[in-house]
Design a protein. Sequence first.
Length: 218
Amino acid sequence: MALQLGDPFPNFTVDTTIGKINLHEWAGDSWIIFFSHPADFTPVCTTELSAVARLVPEFAKRNVKPIALSCDSTESHRQWITDIKDYGKLEDFSYPIIDDASRELAVKLNMLDKDEIGAQGLPLTCRAVFIIDNKKKLRLSLLYPATTGRNFNEILRVIDSMQLTDKKKVATPADWKQGEWCMVQPSVKEDELPELFPNGVTKVELPSGKGYLRKTNP
């Protein structure tokens, strides 16, 4: 399935480490970060799941629920969680891992890395990231190769940007972080600036003289 940004994210009912869940019902009014892993008991995945477990409070502040997927059984996942908690010095591991031993979801959501072959001679699940908003629409899609771990602080940064730009008519520049200046969207007219941006707008002078780069702190 080739999902495009803005598409409704498909719903499904699956077995997980917290029991059987229906994705949309489990999410409720929250956003979702849905991320996949090549296999249980693998080194990079262990560091990633540990990192996300530590960041659960940060995701919660943003009304985001994490959920992972690996092409192994629920029982295998539960045994693996013991290692993840020990590696990360974690007292708790609160988010679910989906049982996709059949690879049904990995195939459906186009999560397989054809260049990485597992012990069974089958392609491994790549490190996919889907961010789904509270309207169940796909807002971001990232595909990392199986050999490269993800930067979850960057994913938090992207969520901050999307949630801000949903509310304000701004766009965030390169390397932006929460609280820093933003750019006014080109569609905003000059006479709308005082009402939309009471903190003021600064126009950046550029050689073209077009005045399209307008900075503000919303």
